[in-house]
Design a protein around this ligand. Structure first.
Ligand code: NAD
Length: 498
C-alpha cells in the first residue's frame, strides 16, 4: 500500500503514528494511507521553518520571484502527471483537474511580480528635513489549512504570495487528497526554494489545533466548511494571530425573463454539476423570475440533464466524476431525501446511479429539484454535490432578496440582457463575488477572492493585493536629517504640522 508522508528538511518524510485512508473515488478502494502528524512533529517543523525563514526573508524579492518563475515552468512541464494524480484522489475529471492547477498557477504568476508589489510609499518633505516611508515586511512563519476540493489551487492561493513576501509556510492539506500538495513542494524545492521554507504536515484536527495555539505561527489562512472556519478563526484570533478563514457557500443563479436562455442553461449546467458540485463557487440554486421563465428553464434543464455523462475521472467524455468519499455521497443522499420530505418537487433523482464496472465508486447522477422554498433546510444548508435546486421568484426584488438573506454569501450570478437590473443587482446584493452573465465569478489572480457572511471570516481576502497585505506587515519610518547637524530644541508637545 502506498504511504503518503510529510515534507520537511528538504525531503519527503514518513510518518510514524496514526494513518488515514486515501480512496480512489472511481473504484471505492483504498489506494494509499496518509500519515497524520502530532504535536511533536508540528513543534519540530515550526522550529525548522523559523530557522529557514530568516535567510529566505534576506533574499531579495527579485531572486525570490525567480524561484517562482522556475516553479511555474515546472508546473507546466508536469501538468499532465499532476492532473492525473489529482484526479485519482479527488475524482474530478482530468480537464477540470488541469483547471484546478491552472488557477493556482495564475496566482503564482501574480506572485512573480513581487518586487513591484512590495514597494512601499514614500513622502519627501513631510516636515522640515523630514521624509516618511513605509515598507512591507514578512510576518515570519505562517500556515495554511486547505480543503479537499481544490488540492492544487487553494494551497497555491496561499503559499505563492506568502513565500514571495519572504515568509516560511507550513501547509496542512486535506487528508482526503494529500498527494498533489506534496508534489507541489517537491517542485518548489526543484525550482530552488531553500529547505524548510515550505513544509507540509499532514493531519487532521489534532495538527490544526497545535498550529492554532503555536506562538511562532504568526498568521493562518484556512479554507473549508463554515463551522470549522469559524472555529479556526476564533481560536487563532484569540491567540493573537492574523487570520483569514473562508467557509462554505450556497450560490444562486438568477435568471431574468430577458436572459439568453440557451446560454444561461449551458452556464448553469456546468456550474451546478461540474466537479460533481464540489466547488465553493458552484451554482446549486437557480432562481428564475416569473412562471414563464421558470417553466422554460425547467424544460431546458431537464433536456440538458438527459445529455449529461457521469463517468470515471479519466474518461475524457465524462462531464463529471465521482464525489470524494462514501461518507460524502451518503450525506448528499440524505439531503436529497430531506428535500423530498420537505415538499420540494424531485424532478430528477441522482440516487441509485451505478456505473458499469465501477459499482463501488462514489457516483451520483444529477439531481434537480423544483418548487424549493427558502424555509427548507435543504435550501439553507450547503449540500456540495450534483444537486440543483430551483426556487421560483415572482419579481426581481424577490430574486435579489434570496441570496441577500441567505446565511452564506460567497458567489452569485445574474443572467440578463438588461444593464439597469444587472447594475442594481451587483450594487445591492449581499454577496462577496458577483457574476453578470458569468456563472462562476472567481476573480482573476490580480483581484482577490472572498465571500461575505458565513462564507468568510476575517478582513483580508485570498490572493491579489489582499494576499500581499495578509502576508506582510507595514512598518513606517519617519526620518530627519538636520542640515549641518543643527539640533532642534526639546519639545514636550506632540509633534504636529502647525
Ligand atoms: P472541511 O471543513 O471538512 O476541511 C477543511 C480543512 O479543515 C481540512 O484540512 C481538514 O483536515 C480540517 N479540519 C477538518 N475538521 C476539522 C476540525 N474539527 N478542526 C480543525 N480542522 C479541521 O472542508 P472540506 O470538506 O475539505 O472542503 C469542502 C468545504 O470547503 C465546503 O464547505 C466548501 O464550500 C468549502 N470551500 C470554501 C472555499 C472558499 O474559498 N470559500 C473554497 C473551497 C472550499
Amino acid at each position: 500500500m502506498r504511504a503518503i508522508g510529510h515534507f520537511y528538511n528538504g525531503r519527503s518524510q514518513p510518518g510514524d503514528g496514526r494513518l488515514s485512508d486515501v480512496f480512489d473515488p472511481n473504484t471505492g478502494q483504498v489506494q494509499a494511507r496518509v500519515a497524520l502528524g502530532d504535536t511533536a512533529l508540528v513543534e519540530a517543523v515550526v522550529a525548522a521553518s523559523k530557522a529557514a525563514q530568516r535567510g529566505w526573508a534576506a533574499v531579495n524579492p527579485q531572486r525570490r520571484a525567480r524561484v517562482l518563475f522556475e516553479f511555474k515552468r515546472l508546473l507546466e512541464r508536469d501538468m499532465d502527471s499532476l492532473a492525473y494524480l489529482l484526479s485519482s484522489e479527488h475524482g474530478k475529471v482530468i480537464a477540470d483537474a488541469k483547471g484546478d492547477i491552472q488557477r493556482g498557477l495564475e496566482v503564482v504568476e501574480f506572485a512573480c511580480g513581487i518586487p513591484h508589489l512590495l514597494k512601499g510609499d514614500y513622502t519627501q518633505g513631510a516636515g522640515p528635513g523630514i521624509d516618511v516611508y513605509s515598507m512591507r515586511q514578512p510576518l515570519g512563519v505562517v500556515a495554511g489549512i486547505t480543503p479537499f476540493n481544490f488540492p492544487a489551487m487553494i494551497p497555491m492561493w496561499m503559499f505563492a504570495p506568502a513565500l514571495a513576501c519572504g515568509n516560511a509556510f507550513i501547509l496542512k492539506p486535506s487528508e482526503r487528497d494529500p498527494s498533489v500538495p506534496l508534489r507541489l513542494v517537491e517542485l518548489l524545492i526543484e525550482a530552488g526554494l531553500p529547505a524548510d521554507v515550505l513544509n507540509v504536515v499532514q493531519g487532521d484536527k489534532m495538527v490544526v489545533d497545535v498550529l492554532l495555539d503555536h506562538p511562532d505561527i504568526k498568521a493562518i489562512s484556512f479554507v473549508g466548511s463554515s463551522d470549522i472556519a469559524q472555529y479556526v478563526y476564533g481560536r487563532g484570533a484569540a491567540n493573537g494571530k492574523r487570520m483569514q478563514c473562508m467557509g462554505g457557500a450556497k450560490n444562486h443563479g438568477i435568471v431574468l425573463p430577458d436572459a439568453d436562455l440557451d446560454q444561461a442553461v449551458a452556464d448553469i449546467m456546468g456550474a451546478a454539476y461540474g466537479s460533481a458540485g464540489e466547488r465553493c463557487m458552484a451554482l446549486p440554486v437557480v432562481v428564475p423570475v416569473g412562471e414563464r421563465t421558470a417553466d422554460a428553464l425547467r424544460g431546458r434543464l431537464v433536456e440538458a440533464i438527459e445529455g449529461l455523462q457521469v463517468g470515471i475521472s479519466t474518461d475524457a467524455d465524462a462531464h463529471y466524476g465521482p464525489v470524494v468519499s462514501a461518507a460524502h455521497k451518503a450525506r448528499i443522499e440524505t439531503y436529497i431525501q430531506m428535500g423530498v420530505d420537505e415538499g420540494a418537487e424531485l424532478v430528477r433523482d441522482g440516487r441509485g446511479f451505478a456505473l458499469q464496472g465501477y459499482e463501488n465508486g462514489f457516483f451520483l447522477g444529477p439531481t434537480l429539484f423544483d418548487k424549493v422554498t427558502p424555509q427548507m433546510k435543504s435550501y439553507q444548508d450547503e449540500i456540495f454535490g450534483p444537486v440543483l435546486q430551483m426556487v421560483r421568484a415572482d419579481s426581481f426584488e424577490e430574486a435579489l432578496r434570496l441570496p441577500s438573506l441567505h446565511p452564506y454569501g460567497n458567489g452569485v450570478a445574474i443572467f440578463t440582457r438588461n444593464g439597469d437590473y444587472a447594475r442594481d443587482f451587483a450594487d445591492q446584493v449581499e454577496v462577496g463575488m458577483v457574476g453578470i452573465n458569468v456563472p462562476i465569478p472567481v476573480p482573476v489572480a490580480y483581484h482577490s477572492f472572498g465571500g461575505w457572511k458565513r462564507s468568510g471570516f476575517g478582513d483580508l481576502n485570498q490572493y491579489g493585493m489582499d494576499g500581499v497585505r495578509f502576508y506582510t506587515r507595514v512598518k513606517t519610518v519617519t526620518q530627519r536629517w538636520p542640515r549641518g547637524g543643527v539640533l532642534a530644541d526639546s519639545s514636550f508637545v506632540i509633534p504636529t504640522m502647525t
